[in-house]
Structure formats: C-alpha cells, structure tokens
Design a protein around this ligand. Structure first.
Ligand code: CP
Length: 306
C-alpha cells in the first residue's frame, strides 16, 4: 500500500519534526537535492482553483529533478465527460509516481486513495482539510519562533469553512502548552467536530471571541484567514460577513513586538497591503516555505533518502 497524506494526523509528530528538519536542510543545501527525484513524475490534479499549492508542488518536484503533469481545472479533464474520481485516479496512477489532488468535495482525496497504486496527497478538500498548508504553517512557525510549543495563537476570520484552520488546529493540538484563541463572527465559528476532536477531548484550553482588537495584545501568532466566498450558500451572507476583520497597521499598534502574522493566502481584504511592510508580517515568507516543505514531503512519500 502506498503512503498517503489525507489528514495531517496521518503523520506522527516525530515525522512532522523530521519533515521540518529535511526542509531546513533543503533550504541550506539545495544542490544536494537537485537530482533526488530524477525520472519521477508528480501529477497535480486540481478540480478547484489554486495558485500557491499547485505551483509550489510543481516547483518542488522540478527542484528535485523530477517532472510534472496534470490539469488545473476539472473542465479540461475527462471529468467533464462524466468520468468518476476513481477512474481518473486509476488512470493517472498509471502515468505518475505520486499525485497531489485538490477537490471541492470533502473526502474526495480519501476516496481517490482507494483507487491509487501511488501516494495521494490531499491538496485541499472542500471546507474540510488542507494538510500540506499545515506543514507549510508549521515550518513557518518553527522558522519564525524557533519552536512549536508554548505560545498563544489567534485564528481570525472564517473558522467554519477555512480548511487550513481545521488542519492547523488539529496539528497544534499535539504540541505542548499552546493556547488557542478563536476569533470569528458567530456564524463562522470553528466547527463543533474540530473543537471536540482536537481540543475538548484532550482538555486543551481555548477561548472564543468576536473581537480581534481586545485579544491582539496577548497573541504570539495571528493566523488571519479569508472569508471563503465559494463555500457560502447565499451571496447576501457572504457580503454581510466578508469584511468582518481587516488588519491594518493601526490595529497592530497594541500587538507584541515579536508577533508573527500568518495567512495561508490568497487574501482579499482582510490584511491591508500596508501591513506587508511590517517585519511581523510572515505570510510572504510562509509562501516560500511551502515549496521546501513540499519537497521534503515528496521525498518522504516516495521513500527517497538523500
Ligand atoms: N494557501 C492555498 O491553498 O493557496 P491556493 O488556493 O492559491 O493554492
């Protein structure tokens, strides 16, 4: 059976720490890895739009000396003719050594893994999970803070549909002394199943609020998110909620001097461009980290040691 990454908990904490160590080594010694995946093929099957995830996977495989194939929208694949996910995956696993797949339906990458002879990576499934964004976030936190424990992190925005939040809360719940602050409009709270599984069952403390400004002084990390327009059932609700939080330089005046601001991106309106100049804005460094941690992940799932 191939090794897949469908949910972040498919990786143990020790394996995540090892992936971070490999990513750090790749950053320090890129030439060492440049032929590691020679003659290997990565397929990127994106049934939903993407900039960072798809291109960082492709860039990662190319930097490892491998090749890529795939599609960036369902309409250019035989899905448009009615082919099932199972048959698509069965086909692609005849051509590729590893597959990164994004799909609007929750659980689609897991279903795909039942038909594949090669590793499947969940590159985002609906409003459910996004484990490789979480690996990116963990590498970023490790690089910014030097640790993955003992901090207060605020998640702000659309915690209901934000799949990156669900996966990161799950991941961080396995590290020590993390204090979770959940900041969202009432309608966009973290789903009960995520709170139950990741926090309540383990007795991990968390607070919920609608007010970013009242909690910003206590945060070591602020994880901003976009309100996920594509997951709303009606436009009226989206328009009412989309600008619930807009981070500006003024709002950061009361924040810690060593705050790290993360955002999985894309952003719409929730962080003004003026914040980009603040040294605490880590989201562009986060984008870069996404390539290196995906290089480490490809190596791991292909069983290649450098
Ligand atoms: N963070 C992220 O998943 O970005 P894309 O949607 O551009 O891939």
């Amino acid at each position: 059976m191939p090794r897949n990454l469908i949910d972040i908990t498919d990786l143990s904490v020790e394996e995540i720490d090892q992936l971070i160590a490999t990513a750090e080594d790749i950053i320090a010694n890129p030439v060492k890895y440049q032929d590691a995946c020679a003659h290997k093929q990565l397929a990127t099957l994106f049934f939903e739009p993407s900039t960072r995830t798809r291109l960082s996977f492709e860039s990662a495989m190319l930097a490892l000396g491998g090749n890529t194939l795939g599609f960036s929208e369902a309409s250019s694949s035989s899905t448009a003719k009615g082919e099932t996910v199972g048959d698509t995956i069965h086909t692609v696993s005849c051509y590729a050594d590893i597959i990164a797949m994004r799909h609007p339906k929750e659980g689609a990458p897991f279903a795909a893994s039942q038909f594949s002879e090669v590793p499947i990576i969940n590159a985002g499934d609906g409003g459910h999970n996004h484990p490789t964004q979480t690996l990116t976030d963990l590498l970023t936190i490790h690089r910014e803070k030097g640790r993955l424990n003992n901090f207060t992190i605020g998640f702000c925005g659309d915690l209901k549909f934000g799949r990156t939040v669900h996966s990161l809360v799950n991941a961080l719940s396995r590290y020590d002394r993390i204090n979770f602050v959940l900041i969202s409009p009432t309608e966009l709270k973290l789903p009960r199943y995520v709170k139950e599984e990741a926090l309540k069952k383990k007795g991990i403390p968390y607070t919920q609020t609608t007010d970013l400004e009242s909690v910003i002084p206590q945060l070591d990390i602020l994880y901003m998110t976009r309100v996920q327009k594509e997951r709303f059932f009606n436009e009226e609700d989206y328009l009412r909620l989309k600008d619930s939080y807009i981070l500006t330089p003024e709002k950061l005046e009361n924040a810690k001097a060593d705050l790290s601001i993360l955002h999985p991106l894309p952003r719409v309106n929730e962080i003004t461009v003026a914040v980009d100049k603040d040294p605490r804005a880590a989201y562009w460094r986060q984008v870069k980290n996404g390539k290196y941690i995906r290089m480490a992940l490809i190596l791991k799932l292909l069983g290649i040691q450098v």
